[in-house]
Write a protein that binds this ligand. Structure first.
Ligand SMILES: NC(=O)c1ccc[n+]([C@@H]2O[C@H](COP(=O)([O-])OP(=O)(O)OC[C@H]3O[C@@H](n4cnc5c(N)ncnc54)[C@H](OP(=O)(O)O)[C@@H]3O)[C@@H](O)[C@H]2O)c1
Length: 289
């Protein structure tokens, strides 16, 4: 049996839908708000929910729960590893962060979790997810709005580019890996995905100039990209109601993009997808707008 955590989220919902659509796959949903009938209550911050929720699970699709300070994320992901070991889960599939994000502040809890899972008695598979197209759009949104009037898109993206991916592609690969792992365990073997780490970088990279072009189409007017400084970006984020850790991560993404670190060279994405990677430009433009 496969359990997918975090099914109220964008990625978890897609993974659950994909697995549920497959014949002969036994899948159950987990979410903090689970009522025990349609979905199991699974809260990484509540170890008791994990002890009960992981009962009978062979393959655990552990959707990262990264929206918190690092100490909280480490504690909750560590609790998942402990509970999976205690429950006899045979394989944990974890949604991590792609290598292009290695120097961002987002990477630390992901790499810690990868190490923690590697110490477990179960097999593990690491899906190092690329940065979402919506993330780049979201980072651009505050600067995109005034561009409709001014024609100037002033964002702290430097001259670098970010490789981005459609969340649906990541979900499709998660479904494939989980279904294959479950099938292989059921027939008495070890999954071909055991011990593997896949770099699921987006195959398209966009920077400030490309986003300005997308905005020009959207607003039906010329738009020019103008790099803003990190201190301007920090000042713009202050007072907008973000948690402090969100500002840390956002500035880190801007900083890494400016340094040119977020453009990936290689990706396992095409090899693991049944079709070509989905286009990302509209996803970025919609999220930016
Ligand atoms: N690669 C990227 O660009 C990128 C961007 C943003 C986020 N992420 C990471 O990828 C994850 C999945 O992305 P998404 O798009 O599905 O995010 P999302 O739509 O914002 O959903 C947030 C997810 O976090 C889960 N969660 C929060 N607190 C939890 C807890 N205490 N215990 C268990 N689950 C908890 C939620 O599960 P429930 O169903 O229980 O509410 C939900 O699945 C995120 O949580 C984040 O760690 C990656």
């Amino acid at each position: 049996m496969i359990l997918v955590t975090g099914v109220s989220g964008g990625l978890g919902r897609l993974v659950l839908q994909g697995l549920s659509a497959l014949d002969g796959v036994d899948v159950v949903a987990g979410t903090r708000g689970g009522d025990g009938s349609t979905a199991r209550p699974i809260d990484f911050d509540d170890p008791a929910s994990l002890a009960e929720g992981f009962a009978g699970v062979d393959v655990l699709v552990m959707i990262s729960a990264g929206y918190a300070e690092d100490d909280v994320v480490l504690a909750r992901h560590g609790a998942v590893a402990d509970a999976a070991a205690a429950a006899g889960v045979r394989q944990v599939i974890y949604t991590s962060l792609a290598g292009s994000g290695e120097r961002t502040t987002l990477a630390l809890p992901h790499r810690w979790t990868e190490n923690r899972l590697a110490e477990g008695p179960f097999d593990h598979t690491i899906l190092r997810n690329g940065l979402y197209a919506e993330l780049l759009g979201g980072l651009s949104a505050a600067a995109a709005a005034p561009a409709a009037e001014s024609g100037i898109f002033a964002a702290a993206l430097g001259t670098g580019r970010m490789s981005v991916v459609a969340r649906e592609d990541l979900a499709d690969i998660t479904v494939r890996v989980a279904a294959e792992a479950d099938g292989e365990l059921t027939t008495g073997g070890r999954s071909r995905h055991a011990g593997r780490t896949y770099e699921l970088e987006g195959v398209t990279a966009l920077g400030g100039d490309e986003i300005a072009d997308l905005l020009a189409k959207k607003y039906d007017r010329p738009v020019t990209y103008q790099p803003a400084s990190l201190s301007e970006a920090r000042a713009a984020l202050a007072g907008q109601g973000f948690e402090a850790y969100q500002i840390t991560h956002t500035l880190s993404l801007f900083s890494n993009m400016g340094a040119g670190f977020l453009e990936a060279k290689d990706s396992d994405l095409p090899e693991l997808l049944a079709a070509a990677p989905r286009p990302v430009h509209d996803l970025v433009a919609d999220a930016a707008g």
